[in-house]
Design a protein around this ligand. Structure first.
Ligand SMILES: Nc1ncnc2c1ncn2[C@@H]1O[C@H](COP(=O)(O)OP(=O)(O)O)[C@@H](O)[C@H]1O
Ligand SMILES: [Mg+2]
Length: 435
């Protein structure tokens, strides 16, 4: 479970304990280097920062001079961690403190009500549920998987935040983007995969039969969420891996079993399990993204009910338009209002002249009637261009998972342009989610 990291100088002993005590009363777990101890293993400090949901920074003469605190602050910034600075004394801010904290630094710990305000702000963050985006179109081959990996890879790398990808497509192409088939299948053989969001599995009880092994039976026994490390793959591993958290719950074919289930009661339980698990992991991440299957199934409903927003990639042609139309219809007619996500449409692979005409017409509302809703208003302003860098690379590549992301690839013709494009789309989406 996630905790609050308290960064402090070695003279801030009283203030640390004061803040810790206030958080404890509000049932917020904290982590700080024990005051007075000289040697603290830097690895354990880094781990504590990486698993934190936020960082209180005590700003004092002592902390400003501390190299350790400077490093902690830098790591938190790279992770996109929420910072809660508060003054302990009136020391002048050094450069790194100024650029990281100056505009948020309003309170001093001694001020009336300051501690209460700090606890309130931290608590709001602690209880926050991150946004969930489902990448979906009721048509295959429009770029769902490419966007789930590359746009959100760029989001994590350039806009920060802890991100979880979930592969909800039984064809699990998203998983194959990062891992070879053998690795992915070995992982689902242990139930370290998406099925453990739907049914009790060997992640919950080591000696049981895998729900993936019994297609005809759905296990409706209740289960608790497992730690995120137990179910998700860390994609930022290996030599020179980028900072931050970018995880994947890998996909598998066996979740197709729900399409053949005959018991509506059992499916209702499985669907509720999925929503409960997503809700749990929402407090562990800043963003959750689903890649989805193209045909409307039980899995489609699960994704739609758990998502705040649907991101629909669309090719500039009438077949794609029909996919968007059907999807919008499914959302309106099948998903109850309290669970209904917003819809954003992203043009993928525009460029050739006849395509860009289609795009211009769509933006002008020419297809709104055909789409059955105000498509022109749901279009993102940015579009994803066709690029050789986005074409799926063949198997047998020995890259580490994160090296499959365009945003982390070396130099090359056109890479800069496509990276800007990916980051631009992410930025526009992020803005939409915050509004
Ligand atoms: N913008 C793009 N430029 C070049 N190739 C793309 C682009 N978007 C998708 N592709 C390619 O199109 C194919 C289908 O994309 P994919 O993401 O698998 O679609 P979906 O998940 O909707 O079925 C893949 O081979 C992918 O590499
Ligand atoms: Mg796909």
């Amino acid at each position: 479970m996630s905790q609050l990291f308290i960064a402090h100088g070695h003279r801030d002993v009283d203030s640390v304990l004061h803040v810790h005590e206030a958080m404890r009363r509000a049932s917020i777990p904290t982590w700080y280097t024990p005051p007075g101890s000289k040697e603290v293993d830097p690895e354990s400090v880094n781990e504590a920062i990486d698993s934190a949901f936020g960082m209180v920074v005590l700003v004092s003469a002592s902390s400003i001079r501390s190299k350790a605190v400077e490093a902690q602050l830098a790591r938190a910034q790279r992770l996109g961690l929420k910072l809660f600075p508060i003054r302990v004394d009136n020391a002048r801010l050094s450069k790194p403190f100024k650029s990281a904290l100056a505009d948020q630094l309003t309170d001093s710990l001694g001020d009336k009500g300051a501690l209460e305000r700090l606890v309130e702000a931290v608590k709001t963050r602690y209880e926050r549920r991150c946004p969930v985006i489902a990448v979906m179109n009721l048509k295959g081959g429009v770029g769902k998987t490419t966007i789930a990996s590359q746009v959100f890879g760029a989001w994590q790398a350039n806009l920060g935040g802890r991100t979880l990808l979930i592969d909800l497509d039984p064809q699990y192409n998203l998983t194959e983007t990062f891992f070879d088939m053998e690795y992915a299948d070995a992982s689902s053989a242990r139930d370290k995969s998406v099925i453990s969001l739907f049914e009790r599995s060997r992640l919950h009880a080591y000696d049981m039969t895998s729900p993936g092994d019994s297609w005809s039976k759905i296990n409706t026994e209740p289960f608790d969420p497992v730690n995120r490390e137990t179910i998700a793959h860390n994609l930022l591993t290996g030599d020179k891996a980028p900072e931050g958290r970018f995880d994947l719950i890998s996909g598998q074919f066996e979740i197709s079993k729900y399409a053949f289930a005959s018991s509506p009661e059992a499916l209702a339980v499985v669907g509720a399990n999925f929503r409960r698990m997503i809700d749990y992991y929402r407090s562990e991440y800043d963003l959750i993204v689903f890649d989805t299957n193209p045909n409307a199934t039980f899995l489609t409903r699960c994704a739609l009910e758990a998502a705040d927003r649907v991101l629909t990639p669309m090719h500039p042609d009438i077949y794609s338009l029909r996919g968007v139309k059907l999807l919008n219809q499914v959302i309106r007619e099948q998903i109850s209002e309290d669970k209904r996500p917003d819809l954003s449409v992203l043009f993928n692979t525009v460029g050739r002249s006849e395509q860009s005409n289609f795009e211009a017409d769509a933006r002008n509302g020419a297809f709104d009637e055909q789409a059955g809703y105000a498509l022109s208003k749901s279009l993102l302003a940015s579009a994803l261009p066709r690029s050789g860098h986005l074409v799926v690379r063949g198997a047998g590549s020995e890259d580490l998972p994160w090296q499959r992301l365009v945003i982390h690839r070396g130099r090359g013709g056109g890479l800069k342009r496509i990276r800007q494009s990916l980051t631009g789309i992410a930025g526009e989406l992020k803005q939409l989610m915050e509004d």
